[in-house]
Design a protein around this ligand. Structure first.
Ligand SMILES: O=C(O)c1ccccc1NCC(=O)[C@H](O)[C@H](O)COP(=O)(O)O
Length: 258
């Protein structure tokens, strides 16, 4: 059994406590990250609030999520990802709610979504973007969840790791594909995964987001050179002593001393 199987089991267990239907509440229209990607010059940065992870254990459990998000916004992050899974990432959906209320940038609910009710909940807590991980969904589930999220005007990052998954993702004509450089079953991280998959599948009308394992200007430059529209960065921002400088390094390729 892989960690991903375990994470899905945790979600299945949580869903037993959900009502049969999660009604969506009235709220402001979600902020449009796709529009930002269509218009922004250069590479965009999704900065992640990530206390811990299955692969790294505790990363930064002392941080205050609102203060962390403030530093991301001040540094020029284009969106904020909040890991809300609690058992292995020590996340909390209340963090996302508070961040969504406090800042203007789009907010990604990073979790393991297998059911429509989680999307309704994400929407109700202020998410603007959700993530669907292809490998934990069958084709019908992927398509149904994608359409439901889009019907709520949420942006959807369809996350893949390999050729098989990207070919399944392409069947639903996604506007945003996240390429995870981390194999979520083995934890191996290799940023050439983004380079290889963009080389093979680059196509007008699709934004590619490079996810995981991006630590410095050299990594970021490789993602820019391949035409990634954005990168999703967690650990290196959570550990950075100067977040503003780290964001500058990643977005502008300016190396800074740590
Ligand atoms: O990060 C993990 O260990 C992990 C394990 C199992 C499933 C998902 C996992 N991470 C989710 C992510 O995709 C990352 O948080 C995100 O891409 C940022 O990665 P990084 O910059 O390497 O922290």
């Amino acid at each position: 059994m892989t960690i991903l199987d375990t994470l899905v089991q945790v979600k299945q267990k949580e869903l037993k406590d959900y009502p049969e239907n999660v009604e969506v509440v009235a709220r402001e229209k979600p902020r449009n990250f796709l529009k930002h990607l269509n218009e922004a010059p250069g590479i965009s940065l999704i900065a992640e609030v990530k206390r811990a992870s299955p692969s790294k254990g505790d990363i930064n459990t002392e941080m205050n999520p609102l203060e962390q998000a403030q530093k991301y916004v001040d540094g020029g992050a284009d969106a904020i990802s909040v890991l809300t899974e609690s058992e292995y990432f020590k996340g909390d959906i209340e963090d996302m709610k508070a961040i969504s209320k406090s800042f203007d940038v789009p907010v990604l609910n990073k979790d393991f979504i297998i059911d429509k009710r989680q999307i309704a909940r994400a929407y109700n807590f202020g998410a603007d973007i959700i993530l669907l991980i292809v490998t934990i969904l069958n084709d019908e589930e992927l398509s149904t969840l994608y359409d439901y999220a889009k019907s709520l005007d949420l942006n959807v990052i369809v996350e893949v790791h390999n050729d098989k998954e990207i070919e399944r993702a392409l069947k639903i004509s996604p506007e945003i594909i996240g390429i995870n450089n981390r194999d979520l079953k083995t934890f191996t991280v290799d940023i050439s995964n983004t380079e290889n998959l963009i080389d093979k599948y680059k196509k007008d009308g699709i934004h590619f987001i490079a996810e995981s394992g991006i630590h410095d200007s050299n990594d970021a430059r490789r993602m820019v050179d391949k035409g990634a529209s954005a990168m999703l960065v967690g650990e290196s921002l959570m550990k950075a002593s100067n977040i503003k400088e780290k964001i500058k390094e990643l977005k502008e390729g300016v190396t800074v001393e740590s």
